[in-house]
Design a protein around this ligand. Structure first.
Ligand code: NDP
Ligand code: OXD
Length: 309
């Protein structure tokens, strides 16, 4: 069996070695060196060129190098009957939870306020409060949102979470479904988005949602740019409805150099770097799924195409 590796962002050599340490007879071909397309039965991909997967006539499984599969599902030529499995990996989860904690702490300790004050050479103390005084709300309580919630609880934050179906996470007040979105938002001081991008969630970070947050709340979008209505964010920051935003993901990546987010004094931009899968740990789940594919066993972390995640 040959596996095709295609990603503009990941190191093909490191992935090939990590996979072959686990499955020595696995042939890994790296795009664009495909060879005979009919020999490829599995693909490990991140942002593959549209049409690539459709050009593989014997493809039996698509493994996403990312947790989010929205871009894959956007390809109109995506083979309809080939299963898609998304990335669930301890290094991806741990680095996301760490990034969420980092920003919760940053806002909790008012570093965004001090950055503004520094520009004005203004020395003014904001009295520190215990972590429990800051309510962090997570949109999405899946693999990444759930782990982030647990880490925030361990750190002493007051944590709320919202998901499609109800969750039970120790120390977290969990809300579910559209009817509980507004109650969830009511006391959230730091809102973190970790939802998949689907027809139900695109544009969810909009003026109506911001209006439900306490005035001066901070926003952290680590999920997808499509969740955010950009103009609504600029207006919310302008009016003081939101105090600050941290954005790791954008509708266009790289973020164009003339985009207003780059120079906005109340926005922190990071280059889609919140979390990353290391080949050494990520290869574990891919290898397990290849063994399952060979054995005809059910694959792990299959995407529900109807749901979009
Ligand atoms: P999961 O599928 O494990 O979790 C998704 C969560 O979102 C679930 O709790 C799900 O609820 C909830 N959800 C989905 N749709 C809705 C809805 N309509 N209303 C309410 N809740 C909803 O995904 P992950 O946690 O692994 O990843 C989340 C996203 O993070 C990815 O899709 C990707 O976009 C982004 N990401 C960003 C990275 C970065 O570096 N910036 C890195 C990795 C991921 P339920 O469980 O009830 O279905
Ligand atoms: C992912 C990402 O979905 O890195 O894994 O955005």
């Amino acid at each position: 069996m040959a596996l095709l590796f295609a990603s503009p962002d990941d190191d093909p050599i490191a992935w090939r070695e990590a996979l072959q340490r686990r499955i020595p007879d696995l042939e890994v071909r790296v795009f664009p060196e495909i060879g005979d397309p009919a020999e490829i039965e599995a693909a490990l991909v991140w942002l593959p060129p549209p049409g690539l997967l459709a050009s593989l006539p014997r493809l039996r499984a698509i493994f996403s190098l990312g947790a989010g599969v929205d871009r894959l599902l956007e390809d109109p030529t995506l083979p309809a009957d080939v299963p898609i499995c998304r990335m669930v990996d301890p290094s991806l989860t741990a680095s996301m939870a760490e990034f969420v904690l980092l920003h919760a702490l940053r806002y909790h300790r008012d570093l965004d306020v001090y950055e503004q004050q520094q520009r004005r050479a203004e020395w003014r103390l904001v009295m520190p409060r215990p972590a429990s005084a800051t309510v962090v709300g997570l949109l999405g309580l899946g693999e990444l949102g759930g782990a982030s919630a647990r880490l925030l609880v361990r750190h002493g934050f007051t944590v709320r979470g919202w998901s499609r179906t109800r969750k039970t996470i120790e120390g977290v007040r969990c809300f579910a479904g559209p009817e509980e979105l507004h109650p969830f938002l009511a006391e959230v001081g730091v809102l973190v988005c970790l939802l998949p991008s689907t027809p139900a969630t695109r544009g969810i970070l909009n003026a109506e949602l911001f209006a439900r947050l306490p005035r001066g709340a901070r926003l952290v979008n680590l999920a997808r740019g499509a969740h955010l209505v950009e103009q609504d964010l600029l207006e919310a920051l302008g009016s003081g409805r939101l105090a600050h935003a941290t954005l790791d993901v954008f509708t266009r990546e790289p973020l164009p150099s003339d985009h207003p987010f780059w120079r906005h004094p109340r926005i922190t931009v990071t280059p889609h770097t919140a979390s990353y899968s290391l080949p050494e740990s990520g290869a574990e789940i891919i290898a397990e799924n290849i063994r399952r594919l060979r054995a005809g066993a059910p694959l792990l972390h299959r995407v529900d195409r109807q749901r979009g995640y």
